[in-house]
Every structure is written in structure tokens, then in C-alpha cells.
Design a protein around this ligand. Structure first.
Ligand code: NDP
Length: 239
């Protein structure tokens, strides 16, 4: 595909699969990690993609990471805002600090990344931004109020931004995963995972590669007339 790609949150899970897929397809890839430095280094050795440290909660950290990525890549054709954190519990038990951490990571971080990457895309009149929502941002999940609110915000941001920057030749789409087998769901019991799989028309949970492949499609010229869309990758659990 030969594009210059910045993947935010590429050290593990879905983001790491995206790094593998884009790198294998001939793209130049920079990805960010936050805590998983060892995993990021292993991924660099495996794929040749370049890791950069970034905490999306902090605007300065994002600005520095985007500057480094731009330095490595020359320019950024594709931005994938994949970093995320989940939270489970009754809304009455969510502390203010945890609420802020989820909103800062899952929603504000997306804004910080886009704000830093967009001006150069607008100047070039070309670019592609992929956000990562969640089926819970579409439907709401009991005991995941902060996460659902943040991901619903990401979906609204995606649609609004697609309208704003479409005339500048920039496409913005949201990939909205269902239950995917990554560390994010490690705290679920086998019974919980089985119950979700049983409710899913395709009768299973998803593989991170299945999400990364949709990211690749949305980043490619094969999706040149698609913008402002929320693409569910959920086995039919949300229809
Ligand atoms: P993982 O927990 O496996 O990976 C999360 C990634 O986000 C890691 O690379 C992590 O970096 C990065 N990250 C977390 N916090 C920060 C931060 N403050 N600053 C920068 N990077 C950060 O999650 P998944 O791969 O499962 O999830 C990827 C995306 O998909 C998320 O946005 C998630 O909400 C969404 N999603 C996932 C679903 C699932 O079932 N797995 C379902 C629906 C949506 P590091 O490890 O270096 O700290």
C-alpha cells in the first residue's frame, strides 16, 4: 500500500496487529506505546516499524510524539487513533479520577492526536483518519458508563470531523469493535466471554487481526468514497 502510517496505541492487541498488517503491506509505520516498552521493542524488531512513547492523556506528550513521527515519516497519510482503556463498575462507584482517566484516554486523547496531525493533512489536501470506537459506544453497556460515554463521543467526533474536513480531501471513519480477544478483556471470566459469544450471531468473539484488516481497508484507496461511517466489527452482535 506504500502509505505513511501513524498508529496510536500500537504496542499490544488490536493496535499491534495493525502495525504488523500495515508494515507487511509495504507501509512506513510509526506506532506509539505508553507502558509496554518491551512489547514495543519486540514489535520494532519483528516489523521494522518505529516505536515512539506517548501518553494520550497529555497534550504535550501527544505533540512531541506526532512531531517525532512526522520526522521519521516525512508526512502522515494515515492516522489511527487506537489507544484505549476500559473500566467496569457501577456508575456510583466511579471515582472522579477514574472517570477523568477514561475520558482523557478514550476521547480527549483522540482529539489531541487529530489536532496535531490535521493541519499538515489539510495543507496536503489529503489524508485518512481512523478512530476506534466500540459497540458499547453505539448501544451503551451496563457497568461501563464512562467507557460508553467516551466511545459515543468518539463516534460523534468522527461524524462531525468527516463533514468538516471532507472538502479538504480527508476521510474520517470509525472502526467499532465488538468483543475482541485482547488483554482488554482479560478480566472477564470464561463464562462471561462464552455468554457474549453465545449472543453473537457468528457464535464467537473476534480476533484482533479481523479489526486490523478493516482498518487497512479504510486506510486504502479501495474505500475512497467512504467517510463519516461507523464500521462495526462485532460478529453481528450489534445490527
Ligand atoms: P489493549 O488493552 O490490548 O491495548 C491498549 C493499547 O492502548 C496499548 O497499546 C496501550 O499502550 C495503549 N494505551 C492505553 N492507554 C494509553 C495511554 N494513556 N496513552 C497511550 N497509549 C495508551 O486493548 P485493545 O487492543 O483491545 O483495544 C484497542 C482499541 O480497541 C481501544 O480503543 C479499545 O477501547 C477498542 N476496543 C476494544 C475492544 C475489545 O474487545 N478488545 C472492543 C471495543 C473497542 P501500552 O500497553 O504501551 O500502555
Amino acid at each position: 500500500m506504500n502509505k505513511k502510517v501513524l498508529i496510536i496505541g500500537g504496542s499490544r492487541g488490536i493496535g499491534a496487529e495493525a502495525v504488523r498488517l500495515f508494515a507487511a503491506d509495504g507501509c512506513s509505520v510509526v506506532f506509539t506505546y505508553h507502558r509496554s516498552e518491551l512489547a514495543a521493542d519486540a514489535l520494532r524488531q519483528e516489523t521494522g516499524a518505529v516505536p515512539v512513547r506517548c501518553d494520550v492523556k497529555h497534550p504535550d506528550s501527544v505533540r512531541i510524539a506526532v512531531d517525532k513521527a512526522s520526522g521519521v515519516l516525512g508526512h502522515i497519510d494515515v492516522l489511527i487513533c487506537n489507544a484505549g482503556t476500559a473500566d467496569y463498575g457501577l456508575v456510583t462507584d466511579i471515582s472522579e479520577s477514574r472517570w477523568e482517566e477514561v475520558i482523557d484516554t478514550d476521547l480527549n486523547g483522540v482529539f489531541y492526536c487529530i489536532r496535531n496531525v490535521l493541519p499538515a493533512m489539510i495543507s496536503r489536501k489529503s489524508g485518512c483518519i481512523i478512530t476506534v470506537g466500540s459497540m458499547w459506544g453505539e448501544t451503551g453497556a451496563s457497568c461501563e458508563v464512562a467507557y460508553s460515554a467516551a466511545k459515543a463521543g468518539v463516534i460523534g467526533l468522527t461524524k462531525a470531523l468527516a463533514k468538516e474536513v471532507g472538502p479538504s480531501g480527508i476521510r474520517v471513519n470509525c472502526v467499532s469493535p465488538g468483543m475482541i480477544d485482547t488483554d482488554m478483556n482479560a478480566s472477564f471470566s470464561e463464562d462471561d466471554v462464552r455468554a457474549i459469544a453465545d449472543d453473537t450471531p457468528l457464535c464467537r468473539t473476534g480476533d484482533p487481526t479481523e479489526v486490523a484488516k478493516v482498518m487497512k481497508f479504510l486506510a486504502s484507496d479501495d474505500s475512497s468514497f467512504i467517510t463519516g461511517q461507523v464500521v462495526g466489527v462485532n460478529g453481528g452482535l450489534v445490527i
